[in-house]
Design a protein around this ligand. Structure first.
Ligand code: DX5
Ligand code: ZN
Length: 213
């Protein structure tokens, strides 16, 4: 299991140290939550803050867009060269076109599904994607309760992925901890995002390792 700590739960007063701590602690990716105050009722990070994060990071960035104007934000974040950019299917009228745009920047495209969206909604996009992110909370905030039906959804998505594009990864984001990690693994999940669980632990390295099952 790959682990992507979400810096939404980091201490922004000492962001550089926090980035170094999760990288030295053995994380696989750094999850960056971008919220615009429109698609979700919260606002977070722009490129001015994420640029120094990218500079301090020794692990690749995984940018999760929770915005209405996806194209604008892809153009803003592409120069920071994240490994992944993911956008919500619920906020994009032309997902196929946007996937190509992200790939043209040399970035791996991923699509995010909110808790109510069925995996079949993206069946015919799977062959163009490197990763699908299933939300296991409503996007907007860290520290929420894990929505358990994501386990069934991950299993369903896994079947579609086996059929359409076996190299596409499944990522789960929200309420992930050492109690639900094995279930996620069994359902075929490849990458987990964890914010409050990692940053709420005194020993980030120990927390990260407890999820690398
Ligand atoms: C929620 C974000 C998540 C969040 C996860 O909108 O997409 O990445 O930071 O935080 P936890 O792990 O605390 O649920
Ligand atoms: Zn996220």
């Amino acid at each position: 299991m790959l682990v992507a700590p979400s810096i939404l739960s980091a201490d922004f007063g000492k962001l550089n140290e926090e980035i170094k701590a999760i990288c030295d602690g053995g994380c696989d990716l750094i999850h960056v939550d971008v919220m615009d105050g429109h698609f979700v009722p919260n606002m977070t990070l722009g490129p001015v803050v994420v640029a120094p994060v990218a500079k301090a990071a020794t692990k690749p960035l995984d940018v999760h867009l929770m915005v209405e104007n996806n194209t604008f934000f892809v153009e803003l974040f592409a120069p920071l060269k994240p490994m992944y950019i993911s956008f919500h299917i619920e906020s994009e009228k032309h997902p196929h076109r946007l996937i190509q745009k992200i790939r043209d920047y040399g970035i791996r495209p991923a699509i995010v599904l909110n808790p109510h969206t069925a995996p079949e909604a993206i069946e015919y996009l799977l062959e163009d994607l490197d990763m699908v992110l299933l939300m296991s909370v409503n996007p907007g905030f860290g520290g929420q309760k894990f929505i358990t039906n994501v386990i069934e959804k991950a299993s369903k998505l896994k079947e579609l992925i086996e059929k359409r594009n076996p190299s596409c990864l499944i990522q789960v984001d929200g309420g992930v901890n050492d109690k639900n990690i094995l279930e996620l693994k069994q359902a075929g999940v490849d990458v987990v995002v964890a914010g409050s669980y990692v940053f709420g632990n005194e020993d980030y390295s120990k927390a990260i390792k407890s999820l690398q099952v």
